[in-house]
Design a protein around this ligand. Structure first.
Ligand code: HEC
Length: 124
């Protein structure tokens, strides 16, 4: 994560705190509460990790027998190009349930894409 990106996220949190009329510190550790893992995955991770068609920004996580502890570690620390999620965004409890859900999830079916109409195909 670049310093600029970190600053942008921090600034966003501060502004959100000010708009809500609450001190920014009160947002610490108060992320999602009791959200279903499947919904959390769909809302938060699938945009990058489970796209049905290219571009694929990130590898599929389901059906790989990943260790739940590895998943939660990566979410908190942000490997490579992925930004980390803090406890003020995803609570520890919800993250643990998400890790277990991803680890137990089967691989999604391979997408079957219709052929692209010639008029919308890539230009040579
Ligand atoms: C904005 C896009 C984006 C979002 C949203 C995102 N990730 Fe990632 N994630 C990535 C990218 C890109 C990588 C690969 C990083 C690298 O290897 O450089 C990655 C890597 C990972 C890895 C390591 C996988 C591997 O095969 O190395 C895990 C585990 C992971 N993400 C979990 C999650 C979870 C769980 C969520 C939702 C809470 C999530 N990510 C949300 C982009 C994203």
């Amino acid at each position: 994560m670049t310093a600029a990106w970190r600053t942008a996220r921090l600034t966003g949190t501060l502004i959100a705190g000010m708009l809500a009329g609450a001190p920014a510190a009160s947002a610490q550790g108060s992320g999602t509460v009791g959200i279903e893992p499947e919904r959390l995955y769909g809302n938060t991770c699938a945009f990058c990790h489970s796209r049905p068609f290219p571009p694929f920004p990130a590898p599929e996580l389901r059906g790989r027998n990943l260790d739940p502890a590895t998943i939660t570690f990566f979410v908190r620390h942000g490997p490579g190009a992925m930004a980390p999620f803090r406890a003020s965004e995803i609570s520890d409890e919800d993250l643990n349930r998400l890790g277990a859900w991803i680890a137990a999830s089967p691989a999604p079916p391979k997408p079957v894409l219709p052929p692209m109409p010639p008029s919308q195909g890539a230009k040579p």
